[in-house]
Design a protein around this ligand. Sequence first.
Ligand code: ADP
Ligand code: MG
Length: 249
Amino acid sequence: MNNSIPAITFDNIEKNFGSLKVLKGISGEINRGEVVAIIGSSGCGKSTLLRCFNRLETINAGHLTVNGIEIHTKKFSNRQLRQLRTQVGMVFQQFNLFPHLSVLENLTLAPRKVLGKTPKESAQLAGLYLEKVGLFDKASAYPEQLSGGQKQRVAIARSLCMNPQIILFDEPTSALDPELVGEVLQVMQQLAAEGMTMVVVTHEMQFAREAAHRVIFMDQGIVAEQGPAFQVISHPQSTRLRTFLSRLN
Ligand code: ADP
Ligand code: MG
């Protein structure tokens, strides 16, 4: 892996759903080891942008590279797509755990099916990452037996089992009761400190200020303001961003 190539670049990308223009020529980059928070009002296109990064959505115009490879071209093969999905992990607001599988089975499924690991190897990996998120003792529990915060920590551990280079988080704490937000942010903060490349759509400004290197403020499908986290959150330049931040408090 060439460390001088950005993890993700996006150049003038446009995304429409029918006649609705959601991304309107948006550009930027995510550098290796960088933690970038994406903020902005509901409906401004944050999830859509994130989903373009691992090709859960296609784009209508522009260029998007992951690890230096353009991913939205006809040449991009199914084999490359499978590889992309292992390199770029995703953690969703609603956890998306398999309800009929135990925690351990949730974690070992993709390493076995996609990476071809043996049951023993995948169980070892799962144990390692469950330990990391503080849930080693929940290996045989089922998702419904866990709190929201525990479910999200399992989802993060599941993502880590694929040894991703980048993890995308789409409002990972928005579905949680307030008292459970902290335990998830703590795990994310630890990953950030270890150098994981992370793109985090979030409304948690304290997390963004403390854990993110950079903040991108999106407004109606464009980057309206961006810069170092402290600067964007504590010294917003535009009226739009000031208004957005004041509504959060
Ligand atoms: P955010 O994550 O910032 O709240 P989204 O990216 O989810 O915003 O959505 C941006 C806009 O695109 C919204 O108006 C939403 O309704 C619309 N949208 C998102 N996904 C789809 C889809 N699959 N089909 C049609 N419209 C969509
Ligand atoms: Mg969203």
